[in-house]
Design a binder for this molecule. Structure first.
Ligand SMILES: C[S@@+](CC[C@H](N)C(=O)[O-])C[C@H]1O[C@@H](n2cnc3c(N)ncnc32)[C@H](O)[C@@H]1O
Length: 290
């Protein structure tokens, strides 16, 4: 098949993707078609994600039954809010229109006020506001658990079209959740493994070792090794997302702890800034148990 056909097909698949309203480092939106090709939604069992992050994978796979967990309580509270109806497209619109216009008026000072308020109240709508107007959609907390990502430096961030885009994302997620048996849980990853059976499928997307993980607290070599041990011991099927290599190095942890799983590779480029010379190749894999 000609290359043009594939890039066209890829564009069609990408435009149909569900984009979550929350952004996070390591978000897998781009890899969703690849994940969907290899990972299987269990027919009767649970789809389990101990590191759900933005939820991009689960929202696109849309399993009937799921346990979606993360250590980040604000992400979980946000999706629980959508599930129980306290957060909807119209609630989000009203909130972002109000605070977005104050951001336009007062700029960075207002962003800082919102950040201080969030660090006091922990409100998931404040979290959304910060996540969608901070630097690169990052999530990061300091040692005391306080959100500390700087402003994106665009006072007019919450334009009408940007707010509409976010509200549509919220509405779409709420439609996907409807009628599904989904549970959102704030918990350390070990808890998601506790009741897994062989009918279940666990998708693992842990923080990457050797990268900045201050957005979640530490992710140590011991955590990574323990996760590999639990993944091997559980009766459930397991699929791990992990980086394999970039132009500078390969990931030794993968070879040491996951080489008995079947690996499927996906190569892409990531960017630093707009310059072409700042495009770097990266190979990621899905490692699947059986
Ligand atoms: C790479 S991100 C997951 C990205 C996700 N697959 C997506 O597409 O958005 C890793 C997630 O693991 C969570 N996390 C980190 N340490 C954790 C732990 N010990 N237990 C549970 N979740 C943890 C972080 O809060 C973060 O949301």
């Amino acid at each position: 098949m000609p290359l043009k056909f594939y890039s066209c097909l890829r564009r069609i698949v990408m435009t149909k993707l569900i984009i979550p309203p929350i952004k996070c480092q390591g978000i897998k939106t781009k890899l969703v078609p690849f994940i969907m090709e290899h990972a299987a939604c269990p027919e009767n069992g649970l789809w389990i994600e101990p590191f759900m992050g933005s939820g991009a994978v689960a929202f696109n796979l849309a399993p009937r039954r799921a346990l979606l967990a993360d250590k980040n309580e604000y992400i979980i509270a946000f999706y629980q809010g959508i599930q129980n109806g306290t957060i909807s497209g119209s609630v989000v619109r009203e909130f972002l229109e109000y605070h977005g216009s104050l951001l336009q008026q007062y700029g960075e000072a207002y962003y800082r006020d919102m950040r201080d308020a969030f660090n006091e109240n922990g409100d998931p709508l404040y979290f959304l506001f910060l996540n969608r107007s901070d630097f690169n959609g990052m999530i990061r907390f300091n040692r005391h658990g306080k959100f500390n990502v700087p402003f994106c430096q665009k006072p007019d961030r919450f334009s009408k079209s940007y707010i509409t885009k976010i509200c549509n994302q919220v509405t779409r997620i709420s439609q996907i959740m409807r009628g599904k048996e989904w549970q959102f849980v704030c918990a350390p990853w070990q808890e998601s493994f506790l009741f897994a059976t062989e009918a279940d499928y666990i998708y693992l997307d842990p923080p990457y070792l050797g990268r900045d993980t201050s957005y979640v607290g530490e992710w140590s070599e011991e955590d990574a090794v323990a996760l590999a041990e639990w993944a091997h011991a559980t009766p459930a099927n397991v699929c791990l997302s992990m980086w394999k290599e970039n132009q500078f190095r390969t990931n030794p942890h993968l070879y040491e702890y996951w080489s008995d799983f079947t690996w499927y590779e996906y190569s892409h480029f990531y960017h630093f800034g707009a310059k072409r010379s700042n495009r770097h190749p990266m190979t990621e894999i899905l490692a699947i148990k059986r």
